[in-house]
Write a protein that binds this ligand. Structure first.
Ligand code: ATP
Ligand code: MG
Length: 449
């Protein structure tokens, strides 16, 4: 284990509290991560001082969660969350109002924390480590173990099973036997947890080095079926051709192969999620997944919305999934290349190619050669360099030009613009004001009511 060496500014921060006769401990993830030699990004401190007392001692204080006993202190470039020692958790069960009970000792505070590796405190007054639950040993052995009785602790807060899996995935740890065994009986409690909190943990699993470790744990404990029955439906759905895995293992392998970026990891995990729904068995016994990208886009959208992902994330992931089945060959005309760029959007091409490489790795079970994408990339670069139109903003006519020839703003104008864009993508030479106005005048009858 490494030594705990916080920056000098953190000790400077603790001084006013200590001089006022109060305790000040560094707690939680920072202690764990210092011991592991991992990068520490945020600081949580615990003190017996009440929030109002803390607030009086510092100049720059944000009342982050006074009723939960937390204030944020800005000090010499650090941002420290200071929480008064507590006993009971305030992780609401969705039925009772949250309440908070302050405690008088750090030991009481540590015993309400989730896992032994998260339940250590570093005294900023004398630099000693408080470790009543054997967290240091568990860190050394690589074990995630609940503080106290796991069933009881998971019964208090249904998010903890998911957190156990998240830490095991991020740190490459094992979950201790009784802690792991307590997950399945706690699923009922998990259902009461807010979807935002679930999303946060899921996101951290997906950004770990090997998300599949966490996904397999989720599957094995029954959590995956709670979070996404669409995903568990992919288990055992066999595929033909080059595929060496069933659909779910293919998705796991794809997500591991994708770069650690949230959009890409989500797209890789969900790009074939609609295969069970799209599956058809032909009379000869042949199995097809015709238009599975549409089914997958629909299922992914539902799932991501349910998990309260921001709309921008949902839209980008859905688009990548919809476009993931492209298959380029040199017979593509320039117009076909332009249509492809227009459909994907010039800004999303790199992500779509990254998804393709991850998908490919998930099919054959090892990385595929990125040079396989070079021919299409080259065509795209050539077409982009010509500076042609791929979006409405590039058209040589604007809405007001159409209005001047009697096309009403609204759906009719939208439809005309779309048709003009398609014309220009097929033939860039058409992107001239007079030509487009002539076409618009011709077709406007189709769309007016
Ligand atoms: P990270 O590095 O991901 O922030 P962390 O350990 O700091 O990891 P946080 O969610 O920031 O995790 O929580 C800070 C600390 O608060 C934890 O280390 C743990 O001691 C305690 N804690 C957080 N969530 C819970 C919970 N649901 N139940 C019990 N204790 C918790
Ligand atoms: Mg933290």
């Amino acid at each position: 284990m490494r030594a705990i060496r916080p920056p000098r500014e953190l000790f400077d921060f603790a001084r006013p509290l200590i001089e006022a006769g109060k305790a000040c401990f560094l707690v939680g993830g920072a202690v764990r991560d210092y011991l592991l030699g991992r990068e520490v990004s945020d600081f949580d401190a615990a003190s017996d001082a009440l929030p109002e007392e803390v607030a009086k001692l510092y100049r720059r204080v944000i009342p982050t969660g006074i009723k939960h006993g937390t204030v944020t202190v800005l000090f010499k470039g650090l941002e420290i969350e200071v929480t008064t020692f507590r006993t009971e958790s305030d992780y609401g069960d969705g039925r009772h109002p949250d309440k908070v009970h302050f405690a008088s000792t750090i030991e009481e505070d540590l015993s309400r924390r989730d896992f032994t590796i998260n339940a250590m405190a570093f005294d900023l007054a004398d630099r000693s480590l408080r470790d009543p639950h054997g967290g240091r040993d568990d860190l050394a052995r690589g074990i995630v173990k609940a503080v106290g009785d796991p069933l009881e602790r998971f019964g208090e807060d249904g998010l903890r099973p998911l957190r156990a899996i998240r830490f095991a995935t991020q740190l490459g740890f094992e979950i201790e036997g009784a802690t792991l065994a307590a997950i399945a009986p706690s699923l009922g409690r998990f259902r009461l947890v807010s979807r935002e909190r679930v999303r946060e943990e899921l996101q951290k699993i997906l950004l770990a080095e090997r998300p599949s470790t966490g996904l397999r744990l989720l599957e094995g404990t029954g959590l995956l079926a709670e979070i996404s029955p669409e995903l568990t439906a992919c288990r055992g759905v066999e595929q033909k051709g080059m595929h060496i895995y069933d659909v779910l293992d293919h998705l796991y392998a794809s997500v591991d192969a994708a770069p650690p970026d949230l959009l890409l990891r989500l797209a890789a995990l969900l790009h074939d999620i609609g295969k069970p729904a799209a599956k058809e068995e032909r009379p000869g016994g042949e199995i097809t997944f015709y238009r599975h990208e549409e089914y997958s886009a629909r299922d992914a959208e539902n799932l991501l919305k349910r998990l309260r992902f921001p709309n921008a994330v949902v839209e980008d992931v859905v688009l990548l999934i919809q476009c993931h089945m492209f298959s380029y060959d040199e017979a593509w005309s320039d117009a076909a290349v332009r249509r492809f760029i227009a459909r994907v959007g010039p800004d999303n091409l790199d992500d779509l190619f990254a998804l393709r490489l991850a998908d490919g790795a998930g099919i054959v079970g090892r990385p595929i050669d990125p040079r396989s994408l070079e021919p299409l990339r080259g065509r795209i670069e050539a077409v982009l360099a010509a500076g042609q139109a791929f979006g409405l903003a590039d058209l040589a006519v604007k809405g007001r030009d159409l209005a001047s020839i009697g096309i009403a703003p609204g759906p009719a104008m939208g439809a005309v613009l779309k048709e003009l864009l398609e014309t220009v993508i097929d033939d860039p030479a058409m992107n001239e004001r007079e030509r487009l106005l002539a076409i618009a005048a011709n077709i406007k009858g189709k769309y007016s009511v």
